[in-house]
Design a binder for this molecule. Structure first.
Ligand code: HEM
Length: 196
């Protein structure tokens, strides 16, 4: 009986995403304070940047590796499950993940004191500068091309069938463009400290 109650309590905890996220944060703080002994704003911004980057690019890869290739194999009567429920939720985390990544990335660059040099592609900041520009182009695509076209394609706004089909193709092409750009962008992000 006790064991059963334990499983019920665990299931309740793991069933609550917010509670799990708070526990994750507590664990992080324990490591941070226990090992590093202090809260460093610089690392907290970097952490926020990488975690929102994962939220963004994780959803980008979900669309490109899972949803887009699987959609044609789904029977017509089941497609609305994806287009009406899963895709709108995924697109929410996708576009706000993109926004958060851009904002935190710019903060990281400002804190490091090289935002201007990076954006103007000065020699020792060229790598991160290229990464930042690639990611900005990707963010522009998310908010101003993919999202407006997905709204039409998924029927979140009124559109006739021909417009819907065209919008779906445009969204797919820009989503694929972002997948292409993400490869070099990530290399720039992680090799910024090379000083090139
Ligand atoms: C416009 C958007 C972005 C801007 C302005 C930006 C800016 C930056 C800056 C300034 C750094 C610090 C580099 C350094 O000095 O070591 C950085 C690191 C990083 N960024 Fe971005 N970034 C952007 C988008 C992204 C995206 C989409 C991802 C995807 C996950 C990402 C992942 C990373 C990672 C993994 C690091 C390395 C962190 C570290 O080594 O501490 N960034 N970014």
């Amino acid at each position: 009986m006790h064991q059963f109650m334990g499983v019920v309590t665990m299931a309740k905890f793991f069933g609550n995403l917010n509670a799990v996220l708070v526990a994750g944060l507590v664990l992080m703080l324990a490591v941070l304070i226990g090992v590093q002994g202090s809260l460093d704003a610089n690392y907290l911004w970097r952490w926020a940047h990488v975690i929102s980057g994962i939220m963004w690019i994780g959803h980008l890869y979900y669309f490109n590796f899972t949803q887009i290739p699987t959609m044609p194999k789904i029977p017509a009567e089941l497609k609305p499950g994806v287009s009406k429920h899963i895709a709108p939720a995924a697109l929410f985390w996708f576009r706000y993940g993109a926004l958060a990544t851009i904002v935190t990335g710019i903060v990281v660059a400002i804190q490091a004191g090289y935002a201007h040099q990076a954006f103007t592609l000065q020699p020792p900041f060229r790598t991160i500068g290229i990464g930042m520009w690639l990611a900005l182009i990707m963010g522009f695509n998310v908010w101003f091309i993919i999202w407006p076209n997905q709204k039409k394609a998924l029927g979140l706004v009124e559109a006739d069938d021909a417009t819907k089909a065209k919008a779906a193709t445009t969204a797919m092409m820009f989503s694929r463009t972002n997948t292409l750009l993400s490869i070099a962008m990530l290399y720039c992000m992680i090799s910024a400290e090379s000083g090139y």
